[in-house]
Ligand binder design. Structure first.
Ligand code: AFP
Length: 312
């Protein structure tokens, strides 16, 4: 019994997507039990990037690592692992944030798993330190009121929903389309004093609303869960900004290029949106290190274009 029903998945990638979905169903069950099950949100250490590791980060990482080798993944690069793991002799290299948004685990807010797939090269690290445009698949599983899967293979962005009765992911939308213009913008406004000028200018234009240069009112949204923000923007539009700011260690923002920024950029662009580092398309960039960060601005074309004008 497969975990996903769809003839919209390239045959050679189906085992990988099916393994991601089957593992995701297990992770969703653990999350749904919350405090009734094992403790999920207590700190268990630090990952390579210096971020605090929660118990669920490690549980999810171990589950995906176990499942993906037999599915054809040769190299496994995870936020929760220092280096690249060799899982088998399959044709693919998969980068993953096993559990993104872990600061939301204990408050029952949507969190997710983000993944990016390349054809494996001869070397482990070189299979990931390459132009983001070479991704052959990218997506996320969202653990929320619905458990969902957004995925792209370079021919548009598809959305699936897990049917709770059959425990199978079913196709809900085969061509997600982001609106041209946004009505919402997303940024952690708590750090306004640290923002670069172009970020402040964009946000102030949104705050000026219908009387300002944008000529319409905007609502502000911040969930602090990249998967939840991306799902909302894919579904109804918006603009997301996490640029570099003046805080120590935030010169390139907070989000990681290989397993957060690059896969989300592919999903967004395949749905007709734009994804940049503030001015340069993410898909034109090459990761310099496994856990390196990248400034990230994505969403509706009109807004991301305006951000690039202000950045310039
Ligand atoms: P955690 O996984 O540590 O919760 O970080 C989540 C995240 O990487 C991304 O999902 C959010 O968009 C972003 O951090 C939120 O960052 P702030 O906590 O600085 O708002």
């Amino acid at each position: 019994m497969h975990a996903i029903a769809s003839d919209h998945i390239p045959e050679r990638l189906f085992p990988v997507i099916d393994a991601l979905c089957a593992t995701g169903i297990g992770v969703a069950g653990i999350i749904a039990r919350g405090p009734l099950g094992q403790s999920l949100h207590h700190g268990v250490g630090e990952n390579t990037g210096g971020d605090q590791q929660k118990a669920l980060d490690v549980i999810a990482d171990e589950a995906f690592e176990q499942a993906l080798g037999p599915a054809g993944v040769r190299y496994y690069a995870s936020e929760e692992q220092e280096g690249v793991l060799t899982l088998g002799e399959g044709p693919f290299a998969l980068a993953i944030d096993p559990l993104d948004g872990s600061s939301n685990i204990d408050v029952n807010v949507s969190i997710g798993t983000i993944f990016s797939v390349f054809e494996a090269k001869d070397g482990a690290e070189e299979s990931f330190l390459r132009p983001a445009s070479e991704q052959i698949a990218a997506g996320y599983i969202i653990y929320g009121p619905q458990t969902g899967l957004a995925v792209t293979f370079g021919q548009g962005t598809l959305m699936f929903v897990l049917d709770p009765e059959t425990q199978v992911f079913e196709l809900a939308e085969e061509a997600m389309a982001i609106p041209e213009a946004a009505k919402e913008y997303s940024i952690n406004a708590g750090y306004r004093r640290h923002w670069p000028g172009w970020v402040k200018s964009f946000v102030e234009e949104c705050e000026a609303g219908v009387e300002g240069p944008r000529g319409r009112d905007y609502s502000f949204r911040w969930v602090a869960s990249l998967v939840a923000e991306t799902h909302r923007i894919l579904t109804r539009g918006g603009t997301f900004l996490y640029a570099g700011d003046a805080r120590p260690a935030y010169a390139k923002g907070r989000l990681r290029m290989v397993y957060e920024v690059a896969p989300m950029a592919m999903l967004i662009e395949q749905a007709g949106g734009l994804a940049t580092d503030g001015k340069t398309p993410i898909l034109e960039l090459t990761a310099e290190s496994l856990h390196g960060k990248a400034p990230f601005v994505f969403g509706c074309r009109d807004e991301v274009t305006r951000v690039a004008e202000l950045h310039g």
